[in-house]
Design a protein around this ligand. Structure first.
Ligand code: ATP
Length: 258
């Protein structure tokens, strides 16, 4: 097997006395879509934050394109093409959609390429085109999520890390976000996806990892995991999200209240 694009070995992360990540080993090959699923509080977001330099590692090693990135700050990783779209989106609320997209490309000098990519984002996300001059802070949650993804893509990432991109979104918006993930993935982008909807995530992914209480408890081909009875029972039941500790049947009321 070729050298992985991202390799995590023996990762540990603690918040004070709380050991949120105890032992994570994970590899991502170039061009792969790898998903990390697991229950609430399992340590998925903490793992991503440690990889992208947002919080320090307690122990372990992370290499990106063959080089250690331990202690390398997020802005430097961004310049190297490792880009994370965090949970909660973080768009620039007081800037317009176009300005947000331009900010995503601030490390690029190819003016024509940037203009062409903005048009490409508008083709992928027509909703953003319709609202190009609107302030990002006034957009709906789903629209902000689209903008956050589009802004990340404007930086021409080599590795795109998505943390819960469908969090709080309606089924229609969730479907749209997955369409884009599938499209970008089929164009060759390497993607790590943390996602509460384990079924959709495993359907889109090449491989999956399951995290529980700070450890990787299972990994394999995504299609195998989709058919694995223990994964089905724990994470894939109808109307059941991996993040929920007990099976939860959706009702109209649930969606209306969410
Ligand atoms: P979810 O699916 O609910 O987002 P997760 O798998 O992403 O969960 P993390 O957010 O990584 O889980 O949290 C792992 C553990 O670390 C949890 O017990 C959480 O309460 C704890 N934790 C997360 N952030 C902090 C923090 N800033 N300070 C202290 N503890 C934290």
């Amino acid at each position: 097997m070729t050298q992985p694009m991202l390799s995590i070995k023996g990762l540990q992360v603690a918040y004070g006395g709380i050991q949120a990540v105890k032992n994570v080993d994970m590899d991502v090959q170039q061009g792969e879509l790898v998903t990390l699923i697991g229950s609430n509080g399992a340590g998925k977001t903490t793992t991503l934050k440690a990889v992208t330099g947002m919080i320090p590692m307690k122990a372990g090693e992370v290499t990106y394109r063959g080089k250690s990135i331990k202690g390398v700050p997020s802005w430097e990783l961004l310049a190297q093409g490792l880009v994370m779209v965090p949970e909660g989106r973080g768009v620039f609320a007081r800037m317009t959609i176009v300005e947000n997209l331009q900010m995503g490309a601030y490390l690029r000098n190819d003016k024509d390429g940037i203009a062409a990519d903005i048009e490409k984002m508008f083709a992928i996300f027509p909703r953003l085109k319709e609202r190009a001059a609107q302030l990002a802070g006034t957009m709906s949650g789903g629209e902000q999520q689209m903008l956050a993804m589009a802004r990340a893509l404007m930086s021409q990432p080599k590795l795109l890390i998505l943390d819960e991109p469908t969090m709080g979104l309606s089924p229609v918006m969730t479907e749209k976000i997955f369409e884009v993930i599938n499209q970008v993935s089929s164009e060759g982008m390497t993607i790590v996806l943390v996602e509460q909807n384990a079924k959709l995530a495993l359907k889109a992914a090449d491989r999956g990892y399951v995290m529980g209480s700070g450890n990787i408890i299972m990994n394999g081909k995504a299609s195998d995991m989709l058919n694995d009875p223990s994964v089905q029972a724990a994470y894939l039941g109808e109307g059941f999200h991996a993040g929920m500790k007990e099976p939860f049947r959706y009702t109209k009321r649930f969606f209306l209240c969410k």
